[in-house]
Design a protein around this ligand. Structure first.
Ligand code: HEC
Ligand code: HEC
Ligand code: HEC
Length: 273
């Protein structure tokens, strides 16, 4: 993981720049919803990092001929951005990043993706209903929540050692919580994750964990992907691997350079030794 991370981040930053100049020209036909009306062009929706709606982006034109995003026809993943800062907001105060010039670190707010958030502290958990607040954070069955959020039923984070109120503020339910009991915005999940995964937060700050796109220069503006854009906090030991990250389908290999029939040329060293 660590060994691939550095070049991968650099590559992402480079390709963000390169691709802005030499955009690919094939129209993306990823993950198109099946039954769009025959007359209207089908909506193209791609995902950025987490599949299943958590990081979906709908393709649209920023100006004629310039889409906000191009999607992989193979995986449905976002491959290229017409504007890497589209839909972003400033990252907000972040310990350890005070030296960054203002406005150069931006993120996509998570709150716009959370359908239940509007009800969390108002219609539900408003101090009246359900009655009172839990006194501790021991795991208990919560069928009403399971109905609304199936993730809860399959909850898998910390192998049985952590539960809802380790992360969610007990009285302000539209907020996350830090180690002092102070609220954290859903748009700054790194502050939450960092309280238990300090090493990963440090790596993320240093650019060797996670992903950034945008201006490649060191002081240039970048969009930082936040922790929950890649990790589902309710299910981090995901899938058959029982760890880390849901595996993405690989892209097909790039085309052979013109005139090449197979990949044998890769084995020939340009400098004889
Ligand atoms: C490890 C920390 C953590 C734990 C433990 C945790 N959550 Fe969450 N929860 C989060 C974060 C972070 C988000 C925002 C996710 C995102 O941005 O995609 C969230 C989102 C939610 C949402 C909003 C979902 C939506 O789509 O609108 C609900 C409801 C929720 N959690 C309930 C629970 C319940 C109930 C439990 C206990 C069974 C729980 N959470 C345990 C961190 C946690
Ligand atoms: C209250 C402490 C706590 C918080 C907050 C927390 N985690 Fe965890 N996390 C854990 C524990 C404990 C484990 C289990 C480690 C193990 O099994 O070795 C874990 C495991 C993980 C794993 C899987 C590691 C593996 O070995 O497969 C990931 C990924 C992860 N957390 C990401 C996050 C993200 C992202 C957030 C913020 C949304 C977060 N965590 C917030 C305590 C926490
Ligand atoms: C661009 C996507 C992305 C972002 C953003 C991201 N991660 Fe990860 N993270 C990964 C991938 C990929 C892995 C490797 C998981 C695997 O081994 O399958 C990983 C692994 C982890 C692990 C488990 C490491 C281990 O030892 O197995 C933890 C914990 C974790 N991330 C926490 C975080 C935290 C905290 C943040 C935010 C500060 C964050 N991640 C941001 C993609 C991301």
């Amino acid at each position: 993981m660590k060994r691939v991370a550095i070049p991968a981040v650099a590559l992402v930053l480079c390709s963000a720049l390169l691709l802005r100049v030499g955009a690919q020209d094939k129209p993306a036909a990823a993950a198109t919803p099946p039954a769009a009306a025959a007359s209207a062009p089908a909506e193209v929706i791609c995902f950025e990092s987490r599949q299943g709606g958590a990081t979906d982006v709908t393709q649209r034109e920023l100006k004629p001929g310039l889409p906000n995003v191009k999607c992989s026809p193979v995986t449905g993943a976002a491959l290229w951005y017409g504007d890497p800062y589209d839909g972003t907001v400033p990252m907000g105060a972040m310990p350890g990043l005070e030296a960054l010039p203002e406005g150069t670190a931006v993120v996509k707010p998570r709150s716009t993706k959370l359908n239940l958030l509007a009800q969390c502290g108002t219609a539900c958990h408003n101090g009246v209903f359900p009655k009172g607040f839990p006194k501790n954070n021991r795991p208990v069955p919560i069928p009403t929540m399971e109905g609304m959020l199936p993730d809860v039923k399959t909850f898998q984070h910390g192998r049985g050692r952590i539960w809802c109120l380790e992360c969610h503020h007990s009285t302000k339910r539209n907020m996350l919580v830090d180690h002092f009991g102070d609220p954290i915005s859903f748009d700054q999940p790194q502050l939450l994750c960092g309280k238990c995964h300090g090493d990963k937060l440090r790596d993320w700050r240093d650019g060797i964990h996670g992903k950034r796109i945008g201006d490649f220069t060191s002081t240039g503006k970048k969009r930082w992907f936040t922790c929950t854009e890649c990790h589902n906090p309710h299910n981090v030991q995901d899938g058959a691997r029982d760890r880390g990250f849901v595996q993405l389908k690989p892209e097909t290999p790039p085309q052979m350079p013109r005139g090449m029939k197979d990949a044998a040329f890769e084995k020939t060293h340009p400098i004889p030794h």
